[in-house]
Ligand binder design. Structure first.
Ligand code: DGT
Ligand code: CA
Ligand code: CA
Ligand code: ZN
Length: 587
């Protein structure tokens, strides 16, 4: 157990205490301890072995004992008791947007609700609106939140789906009777949120492959199993479907099961117009449903299917029926950006704010990954909950980063850190830092982290205002959405994109899998206005560098090419680009 895991348990304890209505100071003590652990600059083992846990501010004697218990046994009796004595339904209610421990406790005390279902009924009966501190609007919001939570629970982030699908695919690929295999469905199309995982394989021994699949680790239980199809519920609650077809059918099945449904409908229509019939089994010389092999138009690959329908190849990410088919009729599609085109990320955090590694550690690992640069853009002071920096600390960090770069140059390395900030756009639209400070930094991202409930007009005004600052290179996570958790705040996207076009401001594609913000559906418009994209990891840990790959997938859904993405540029060219907006006349 490490300090982060212990911190998480402390936060859970704090929440349970609040649900129970215990003395608020008690739960605050656990919050403080979690924070103290989070900002601890040395490994917990050192602290323990040198016996100075007690010297850490915020960790008193009773908490020290609990940490020791967790470290030695991996468990904490106090936490287990607390969990056992709290109805699980109350803990589940914490996932409903707008419901905190205090409100949940009030609902429990006054209406006796112990489950989400009981709460839903109480809302429908109008009992919640009558409670002090609730009202009609809160009641409606709770009901909406319950419905949304249900919807969220049946869908999954692509990062989670990939983590399950990739080992499955790897395993299938290694099976001697599998000829070809692939993901299909929304996962292959790289949708940000996935309903279920679709896998497709070709083989002469379908039943053997199905048996092999059903025995894979990671499967919770097999829901259905036939000769050529199986469905399994995976650990973590996501469903995975496998279909096995003959190798002759494979390209057709792949095209069909990749979807989207909307794209398929247009494709089938095109076939009909050519006197052909397209289904999951093949492309047939027929005017009605058939599987007759004598009528089959043979295709070895998806490319050939498109060709037979008078189209150039359409990458899976674009198959959403959003204009890709007419485009592929005109000529070959432009090569979309690939994650290997990306040379670094321009929005990342370090231990100076809420990241988990120091600039020095980050430089070492990103250099090792073969990247060319990495910007450190910690939070500004208004984001106090994320340990945002004030001007003095920014300047201190700047010196540290310059020293690291000097050392890198001496070692003959071409890798460079860039200095920067993710400056808060305050409620009134001002930026959290003055221009003279921003001017000293290589990379400036302006983001909204507060006042999410403002009107669309107000939020739009704040964002447009930020683009007008000549030191702001890009807007961060445009709508603040957290997929499957928090809805985006309301923004007039077109107005903001237009303002970016006018001022030469870039827009981030935040590749954090909960964000993927700005949404891929808006990039074609941004591109048409000449607004550039920056695919950023928003990394808080080493591992987050891997988000570059996911972000590139989303950029491909937005039809973006290498030329549309700033961080495909080599270092020298990037530095030049970073100076362009600043070189414009002031105003
Ligand atoms: P999901 O799973 O909700 O994230 O979305 P998909 O797109 O993976 O949908 P899924 O798993 O229901 O089906 C996989 C693909 O199979 C889908 O993208 C297109 C194809 N498909 C399924 N049902 C139909 C249908 O009724 N008509 C057509 N044309 N295609 C279908
Ligand atoms: Ca699916
Ligand atoms: Ca499916
Ligand atoms: Zn942010």
């Amino acid at each position: 157990m490490d300090k982060d895991q212990i911190g998480e348990i402390f936060i859970k304890i704090a929440t349970l205490l609040e649900l129970k209505g215990e003395n608020p100071f008690k739960s605050r003590a656990y919050h403080n301890a979690a924070r103290a652990l989070e900002t601890l600059n040395e490994p917990l083992d050192n602290v323990i072995s040198e016996n100075h846990l007690g010297q850490i501010k915020g960790i008193g004697e009773s908490l020290q004992k609990k940490i020791a218990e967790l470290l030695t046994t991996g468990k904490l009796a106090y936490y287990e008791e607390l969990k056992a004595s709290t109805p699980p339904g109350l803990v589940a209610m914490l996932d409903i947007p707008g419901l905190g421990p205090k409100k949940i406790k009030a609902l429990h005390d006054e209406l006796g609700v112990e489950t989400v279902e009981q709460l839903e009924q109480a809302c429908k009966d109008g009992k919640v609106a009558g409670l002090t501190g609730f009202g009609e609007k809160t009641q409606t919001n709770i009901l909406e939140g319950i419905h949304r939570r249900r919807d969220y629970a049946s869908r999954h982030l692509i990062s989670e789906a990939l983590a399950i699908a990739e080992p499955l695919l790897e395993s299938l690929r290694s099976h001697p009777d599998v000829i070809r295999c692939s993901t299909a469905g929304s996962l292959r199309r790289h949708r940000e949120v996935i309903g279920d995982i679709d896998l497709l394989a070709s083989s002469k021994k379908a039943a053997d492959v199905i048996e092999f699949f059903a025995g894979q680790s990671g499967i919770l239980n097999v829901i259905a199993k036939g000769e050529t199809k199986a469905s399994a519920l995976m650990k973590g609650g996501i469903q995975s479907d496998l279909r096995v077809v003959s190798d002759a059918e494979f390209p057709f099945a792949l095209q069909y099961f990749t979807g989207s449904k909307e794209h398929n409908i247009v494709m089938r229509q095109r076939a009909i117009e050519r006197g052909l019939w397209l289904n999951e089994y093949g492309l047939f010389r027929s005017r009605s449903e058939t599987r007759d092999p004598k009528l089959l138009v043979r295709c070895q690959t998806e490319e050939e299917i498109f060709e037979k329908l008078g189209l150039h190849y359409i990458p899976p990410e674009m198959r959403e029926d959003l204009g890709e088919i007419p485009l592929a009729e005109e000529g070959p599609l432009a090569r979309l950006v690939e994650w290997t085109d990306l040379k670094g990320s321009l929005h990342n955090h370090s231990t100076w704010s809420d990241g988990h590694q120091s600039p020095k550690e980050i430089a070492e690992s990103m250099r090792e990954l073969g990247l060319a640069y990495w910007a450190i853009t910690d939070h500004s002071k208004a984001s106090f909950q994320a340990n945002g920096l004030d001007a003095a600390r920014v300047r201190q960090q700047l010196r540290e980063i310059k020293e690291i770069n000097t050392r890198l140059a001496k070692e003959g390395s071409d890798f460079r850190l860039l200095t920067g900030t993710e400056v808060d756009i305050l409620t009134d639209g001002r930026l959290d830092f003055p221009d003279d400070l921003l001017a000293e930094l290589d990379v400036v991202i302006a983001s909204i982290h507060q006042s999410f409930s403002q009107s669309e007009a107000e939020t739009t005004k704040r964002l447009v205002g930020a683009t007008q600052n000549r030191y702001v290179h890009m807007l961060g996570h445009l709508t603040g959405r957290l997929l499957l958790e928090r809805e985006p705040y309301k923004v007039d996207h077109r107005a903001v994109i237009d303002a970016c076009a006018e001022t030469g401001t870039w827009i981030e594609l935040n590749a954090f899998p909960m964000r993927f913000d700005m949404d891929w559906r808006l990039w074609p418009y941004a591109k048409s206005k000449g607004v550039k994209c920056v695919i950023n990891c928003d990394a808080h840990r080493f591992e987050h560098a891997g988000f570059l790959r996911l972000g590139a997938g989303i950029a491909r859904k937005g039809w973006l090419t290498k030329e549309d993405v700033v961080n495909t540029l080599p270092f020298e060219k990037l530095v030049k680009e970073l100076k362009k907006k600043r070189a414009r006349t002031a105003g």
